[in-house]
Each structure stands twice: as C-alpha cells, then as structure tokens.
Design a protein around this ligand. Sequence first.
Ligand code: OXD
Ligand code: MN
Length: 587
Amino acid sequence: MDITANKHIADWVGEVAERAKPDKIVWIDGSREQIEELREQAVLGGSMIRLNKEKYPNCLLHRTDPDDVARVEDRTFICCKNKEDAGPTNNWMSPDEMYAKLYGILEGSMRGRTMYVIPYSMGVIGSPFAKYGIEVTDSVYVVLNMAIMTRVGEKVLEAIGGSSDFIKGIHTQGTLDKDKKYIVQFPEDNTIFSVNSNYGGNVLQGKKCFALRIASNLGRKEGWMAEHMLILGIENPKGEIRYVCGAFPSACGKTNLAMLIPPEGYRINGWKTWCVGDDIAWIRPGKDGRLWAVNPENGFFGVAPGTSERSNPNAMACTHEGTIFTNVALDPSDNTVWWEGMTKNPPSYAIDWQGRPWTPESGTKAAHPNSRFTAPAKNCPCISSEFDNPNGVPISAIIFGGRRAKTAPLVYQSRDWNHGVFVGSIMASETTAAAVGNVGVVRRDPMAMLPFCGYHMADYWQHWIDMGNKIANPPKIFNVNWFRTDDEGKFIWPGFGDNLRVLEWILKRCFNEVGARESAIGYIPNVSDINLEGLDMDEKTLDGLLEIDVDLWRKEAEDIRRYYGMFNGKVPKELWNSLETLEKNLG
Ligand code: OXD
Ligand code: MN
C-alpha cells in the first residue's frame, strides 16, 4: 500500500514526516502478510520475544521500560481553548502552548527510524457507529497492538474516502523521559498526541484517547454516548438474550464480569452469557426508543495478574493465539508466560518482567502488577454473535458499581433515569489495603469516567440528562457492590459467576417480572427474589448485604454535597434534586 489518494490524509502525514524526519514511511494495509513480517522484524530487532509456537501460536512477549508501565493520569491533558471547558477533573494547557511543546518534542524524533501510518476504525468499518482514525507511530509494538485492538488497513482508507473526517493521532516514543511524557487530546481539532511513552493505555490511541476522551466530545455534539462500560448478553433458559452495560472503576472485575461463567445450577438450566465488550461502549438511541450499544474495539487489553483458569477461563482462552503479552514473566523451560495468580504453583525459575532471573524466593513480583495481554476478541469462547453487528445490541440495564466495604448494598435500582444519572455521578470506590496508606478512602469516579471524560464533568452529567429526555424506553439504572465485607474484612458475596444471581434480578426488574422494596436510596430486592440455590448463603446474610446504614448514608450525602461544590455551579439541577430527595429520605 502506498500514499492514499485522500489529500487531507496525505498532506497531514507529509507534514508529520517533515517534522519527525523518519528514514522511512510504511503504511499499514492490514494484510496478514504485513503483520507477520512486522512480527518477525520485531523479534529479530529484539523488541519482542516469540513464544512457544505450539502452545502460544503467533504470540509475542514485550517488555516496556520499567518507568513506562501504566497510564499516566497526571501527564494526560485535555487542551481546548477555554480552560473551563475541560473542567476541574482534567489537566489543561492552552492548545498553542501545548502544540509548541509537542512539536518541539516531535522535531527530528524519528530520525533513523520507521514511521508507520495506521488507518484504523473504531467499530465495524462502514457501520453507522464507526469512527475512523489515523495513528502515525514509530513503534512496531503500537502497530501490532493496534492491529489486534482495532480494525486496521486499506479498508479503513476506503471507508474514509476523500473525507477529512478522521481523528489525527501522533505517537513518538522519544526518549521515554518521564518529565516530558504527554498524553494530549485536542478535542476541538480531533487530534491526539502521545509522546515519550510506549505503554498501551497511553499510546494505543484508539482506546482511551479516541474511544473515550475524544469520542465523549463527539457524542456530546452528535447526540450519543461514549462510556467506560462492558457490554454483556445474558441468555435465559427461554433463549431470550438481554443486554446490560456496566461501568466499574479499575480493580473491580470488569473483564471478569464481561466474560462471566454462570454458576453450575444456572448452566444446567440453560443460562448462557455472551461477551460483547469488556471496556468501552458507544451507545446511541435507536429508532425503537431504546439505547443500542457497540463495542468499538476489536480485542481485549486485559490485566494479566489474577487471571486464571479459575477466575476467568474465557480470558485465559483468549490469550492462546495471536496475543501480545506485555511485562509478564517468561518461563524459559518451555518459552511460555506466567504471572501472579495464573497457577497455584509458580514456575521454579522464570525471567521476570524486567528480563531478570527470578525464582519464587526472589521476594519480588515476576510479572508487573499492571502487566497485560492484548488478545483478539474473536478468540473469546463466549464472544457474542452480535459482536460484529453494525447496529449493536439493545440495552436493558445500565449497571454502575464500585468497591465499598460498607455503604453500598449488593444491589439497588434507581427510581428513574435522572436518579440513575445521580447514582452514576456519585460512584466511588474505596482504596484497598494493597495500596500504601489511606485504606478505605473513598475516591469519587463518576461513571468510572474520571480519567476519561474529555470535557467538563458536570457538562457530561448534563449530557446524560439530555439523552434521557430524548429516549422513550431508556434502560433501567442500577448500582451493584460485590465488595461488602464482614467484621473481619472478608468479602461476604462470592462474586465472579455468582454475580449472575444479581444480574437475573436486575433483568427481571427491567421486564417487570419481579417486585422490589422502596428505600431511602432507591429500590432494593426482596430477599426471596434473589436465587441463592446452590450457594452457601442464608437469607439473613443476604438481608445484611442489602441493608442500608442510615448513618453512613448521611455522611455519604454530606460528602456528595461537598463533591458537587467542586463543579462551579454547573451540576445539573436534576442531580441536586436527587441529592435533596436522598437527604430528605434519610431524615
Ligand atoms: C483501564 C484499562 O485502565 O482499561 O481502564 O486499561
Ligand atoms: Mn478501562
């Protein structure tokens, strides 16, 4: 493939090349041959290790710089003209100042290197949901990952045609200097820059940069929603498949929920689950007055540690072919990978994520806690038959969730859409004992979008309210908390596949098949309506999980009032109304 006939793309790529001064430009055509050739080059060049060809065909291992292992929220910016438009939850710099800085870093940064041009699509190419981007990068790692996570190549250029409607993305690895790392979105120019990083979430621009930060701006303008949500289809014994979207902050089990395996009793009765997406949902009103969602991605960028045949066999199955592993350990005895939590017994000897010899006695982690697998969605044994449906799937329920030791009950339902927006806006998760200090401190993460909302958070809430006014049959909105603990700090609810018991109740509520009790915070299940068969839990314990501690909720309401105060008078009145109702209900 050579230069495109699209003048907007050709001129812009030419301009980037003039600044970055690569030795060579390679256009990614999306062919198997080209991807295989790049894999081979990466292996020969030493940036990738090829894994056991029988056990892990076409799989590679990559190690990043030890200082470049996660998303960098403090180096992530939304650069729009007015600071106020980025809001108090985003870092901001004026576009002129930021462009000057970034072009300075870009200048000559690809000398001696190859610049790859990746045309990619978020969503099924040519579908009404699809949006296109061009990412130029000097990293083969980015090319190979983008070819898994998105749909890439010539077909994307055909779909763009002569249009200038595409997202421009520039990535240069640079020197990986921590203090010159920038992940920047220019929503008014549909432009993304990532410099001095080569870590997935910062540089696979289709994911957080485009599909959430830029897309949340596009959705606001165009009347749809870009959300940090999984999409899951639940098939009941009658063969009806109903879909839910779920937003959870990190370390709350989103990928596990997206690939959930029903408990045995449910399986025997014919329940099945189908994964449509594990991280991002683009949601639009359909002609039928419902909301319809697609997963704009084409793969999973999952956290490896803790993923096992027990916790998530579907995710494990995803990783056995055509997968890129980043910062996991290598078992040199058979050239396979390992991470903490994968098996009970670690290998007796391994090469750790930094390439150093490791044994179980080393006292260090073999895999980085944020090590990842990039796996094709089509590998997933429970991938939905609707995954490639250009129209998406109709959403019955939206589920918000966080990690709360005491406050939030196992599940509750909002009274209506606007109250549901309130429930999403006050989403919070407690920091765990795994992190230094500050155990149990609540961090608000509205709709799990805190690091990903590309404009003022209060305007985003207003957009949710506006969307609700436009749809005749909105999904019902729920909040779940799998993480209530007992007096000894142990989780009470078993979680994982058993979460289906709660999802069953949620879906029954959506189809008016079950009643509920009113409470100060919303509707709560009647204890007898959650199926406990086959579970070692009595109704009294379940009742405890559904209890609302009025004192804790009074404190919560005070904290929400303080939190809303941060948004310079921009919090929609509907949310204040919900807060006042809550305060009144609590007495
Ligand atoms: C995240 C991710 O950080 O999905 O949320 O990688
Ligand atoms: Mn995510």
